[in-house]
Design a protein around this ligand. Structure first.
Ligand code: C2O
Length: 547
């Protein structure tokens, strides 16, 4: 590999969307942010210089960061934030990965405007395990807030209420013609007839899982979260925040005399309010033969209903690892340690002398195993590395016994306790781990895109209702399960994942809905060093920010 240098200058930038001009935090004056492109095996140096009043960090979402946890980026987990006027160089090597990922701010809600594609091409002389695309097009889904996104979440945290929802969805930063005065802000994909395009789809939205479709066209899915999958056809995609999907789009030939809407809108089963608007882009054929593209019909795709959980389940069940000799599925066949984690949206009692606007006068909160994880005021990785805790965290993340309990019943069995502490799960190097993530439906069933830092995992099983430790594991797929970094815990169901803990450090695991993340739906793993020198986390770089 080669070494590539990037510089991210974080500055305020005026942007006009939905008829309003506002100042946003942006990278290099771009929204969405600049494209980072590298090859498998390359080493990246990204110098981030903070010129805004806000503290910031950048996370390289889905990058394994093998023994380079200091470059992972979540604030107060692997680093203290980069303060105004300061800088930090993220230094990491891309090992054993190629595909589409993204980078985003990982503090408060800054990732609403601070995000961009992270594209890892195969090594030189290596090709894709599918037809070489004529062109590759990144498409980032985002959410636009008229308000300041950090103010939106801060208000929710103070009042206990749900945050205001976004004002639009975007495709590559553009809301499109279905929103007020946004026809000129429309993402257009101009294509030639009879060619194969690869769309690199990235869901960078804060809080919404999305359906996506293009009228009269279908896709071949070839990759998920930068891992190749067995190709399959679909008209409609489902993509959760934190997930990336590469699809091939074969254009029609000859060029049809029509243009085609591409639409995205949310999938949601929760009880709260969400932004249920639709973002539109346009697929347009370059048509040298036809005299005019004026007055051609604009065709619209039909998207599933907002709560079409069956569509989501069928779609996620289609993913299989490519599992070839070249791209094997290294699924842990035996498990050293099994975990059962509940994933819950709930609420906390209102503190005395306060009025809270959450459910029945409470404060919204979210938890795993009933722990609503509190961020420490210094970074976990530093305190672990230098002093093995020092009162910053405790190692008693609760074991949840798998007792007979109706997690997904209606009305749900509510024995919910949430506390705001920093509890971590410590495991020895190279443990093979299984985690069953169980949604609890306490405030009504809702899906949660769970993201693990520092690892890819295999999705070995999923189902609706309560996980059954007797009848479900025998059905696990240990041959070619999909390898991902973000998986949807089904609304009213469970998912089982496996990974080999071969990357020492402190790794966050959390819901990639920023609202749930902010409410505490997060926890951290400490993976201890191994015995050999190449199994240990090296010391931090000298410019690592201090709190
Ligand atoms: Cu995409 Cu913890 O993040």
């Amino acid at each position: 590999g080669v070494t590539r240098h990037y510089k991210f200058r974080i500055r305020m930038k005026n942007i006009t969307r939905l008829c309003r001009t506002k100042s946003i935090v942006a990278v290099n004056g771009k929204f969405p942010g600049p494209r980072v492109v590298a090859r498998e095996g390359d080493r990246l140096f990204v110098k981030v210089v903070n010129h805004v009043p806000n503290n910031i960090t950048i996370h390289w979402h889905g990058i394994r960061q093998l023994r380079s946890g200091w470059a992972d980026g979540p604030a107060y987990i692997t680093q203290c934030p980069i303060q105004t006027g300061q800088s930090y160089v993220y230094n990491f090597t891309i090992t054993g990965q190629r595909g589409t990922l993204f980078w985003h701010a990982h503090i408060s809600w800054l990732r609403a405007t601070v995000y961009g594609p992270l594209i890892i091409l195969p090594r030189r002389n290596e090709s894709y395990p599918f037809v070489k695309p004529y062109k590759e097009v990144p498409i980032l889904f985002g959410e636009w807030f008229n308000a300041d996104p950090e103010a939106v979440i801060n208000q929710s945290l103070q009042t206990g209420a749900g945050p205001n929802v976004s004002d639009a969805y975007t495709l590559n930063g553009l809301p499109g013609p279905l929103y007020n005065c946004s026809a000129k802000d429309t993402f257009k994909l101009k294509v030639k007839p009879g060619k194969t395009y690869m769309l690199r789809l990235i869901n960078a939205a804060l809080n919404d899982e999305l359906f996506f479709s293009i009228a009269n066209h279908s896709f071949t899915v070839v990759e998920a979260d930068a891992s190749y999958v067995k190709p399959f056809e679909t008209d409609t995609l489902v993509i959760a925040p934190g997930q990336t999907t590469n699809v091939l789009l074969k254009t029609k030939s000859p060029a049809p005399s029509a243009t085609f809407f591409m639409l995205a809108r949310p999938y949601f089963t929760g009880t709260g309010t969400i932004d249920n608007t639709t973002v539109a882009g346009i697929l347009e054929y370059e048509n040298p033969s036809s005299s005019s593209l004026k007055n051609v019909p604009l065709l619209k795709p039909v998207l599933p209903a907002i709560n079409a959980t069956n569509v989501v389940a069928n779609f996620s069940n289609k993913f299989r690892s490519l599992a070839t000799t070249k791209f094997p599925a290294n699924v842990p066949q035996k498990v050293d340690k099994k975990f059962f984690f509940t994933v819950s949206l709930g609420s906390n009692p209102c503190p005395k002398n306060q009025t809270c606007q959450g459910p029945n006068g409470t404060k919204f909160a979210a938890s795993m195993n009933n722990v609503s994880f509190a961020l420490p005021s210094t970074a976990l990785l530093q305190s672990y590395f230098f002093s093995k805790s020092n009162g910053v965290f405790t190692t008693d993340f609760p074991d949840f016994p798998l007792h007979p309990f109706n997690y997904t019943g209606t009305p749900p069995n509510n024995t919910h306790v949430i506390n705001g502490t920093t509890k971590v799960e410590v495991i020895p190097f190279n443990t093979s781990v299984e985690v069953v993530l169980q949604e609890t439906s306490i405030l009504g069933a809702e899906s949660h895109p769970l993201h693990l830092h520092g690892y890819n995992f295999y999705v070995v099983g999923q189902g609706f209702g309560n996980f059954d430790p007797k009848s479900d594991p025998p059905k696990f797929n240990l041959v070619d399960p999909v390898e991902r970094n973000t998986v949807g815990v089904p609304s009213g169901g469970w998912v089982a994942i496996r990974f080999q803990a071969d990357n020492p450090g402190v790794w966050l695991m959390h819901c990639h809905f920023d609202v749930h993340l902010s409410w505490g739906l997060r926890m951290a793993w400490i993976i201890l060093d191994g015995k050999l020198p190449n199994q240990k986390l090296p010391p931090p770089p000298s410019d690592l920010p201090k709190c």
